[in-house]
Ligand binder design. Sequence first.
Ligand code: GLV
Length: 369
Amino acid sequence: MEITNVSEYEAIAKQKLPKMVFDYYASGAEDQWTLAENRNAFSRILFRPRILIDVSKIDMSTTVLGFKISMPIMIAPTAMQKMAHPEGEYATARAASAAGTIMTLSSWATSSVEEVASTGPGIRFFQLYVYKDRHVVAQLVRRAERAGFKAIALTVDTPRLGRREADIKNRFTLPPFLTLKNFEGLDLGKMDESNDSGLASYVAGQIDRSLSWKDVKWLQTITKLPILVKGVLTAEDARLAVQAGAAGIIVSNHGARQLDYVPATILALEEVVKAAQGRVPVFLDGGVRRGTDVFKALALGASGIFIGRPVVFSLAAEGEAGVRKVLQMLREEFELTMALSGCRSLNEITRNHIVTDWDLPHPRPLPRL
Ligand code: GLV
């Protein structure tokens, strides 16, 4: 049967993938409240469409950190994509390039920065986890620079791994035929089996829990690449990120995989946008499955959004063709949303094109999905 929306890929991935792999991609932390909320919260925002505007031409293109892309829909870092499909990150990189958008490669990719670069031209960002051994970090950042990556997305919400109970039950570990390719030569490419989540043990052993704002400054001393601080959920931290020299902020709750009961990112977005005061662009990831979601994020002040799970699920289902299709479906839905709201370019999307339940004098929950 024909796939008509992004969410449909999840069920196909579930059928195709080993349980341990599907659960790793799909699950959130603990009660998974935030996981559901990342989706549900979009239904607290409705449209105020404008009519009788000539929408025969729609321009969805935008510029991110000076790089022109075809639409404000980009690819978030998701780890270990070769568990989903043998071509893993190569397929994602090719699909992103074909769509004229940005791919963010995870530190924990199963393909190295050099291998991804060798797939051909494309604008790519590198997601960074800061290891206790800073030489490892410095070397990796240098390799990403040399491989032509254009920015660092520094993950700041993971001093320890969130409690993902499916991974604990499944004793999640990287399948033996794969490695975390960026760390292969450093003896950090494998995950030991443990009687916990293998990834949680890996993080506890290798990732620097002491990471702080001064390290955001330190990172700027070892690279000229712009740094996006990924994992901001409050105005306070948005201000600190700007002060620390961030080139941009990603409002993210790590796909609801870290601290449970944090708000949906779409609900945290406006506070962060206000605090950033236009000094740096603010992006969002978490729960985006529809073109209408993209529009809502932009109306609340985001400069663009990133998708994570839809990439791994479509990769599992159909490889590169699946990721292309996801990007294409979101592009078409977003274009349709713009047309039906009376917006011809991204700068015509305003806060007045939406109404949220927190705008109403007597907040009344809107019906849930
Ligand atoms: C990786 O970043 C994960 O959340 O598993």
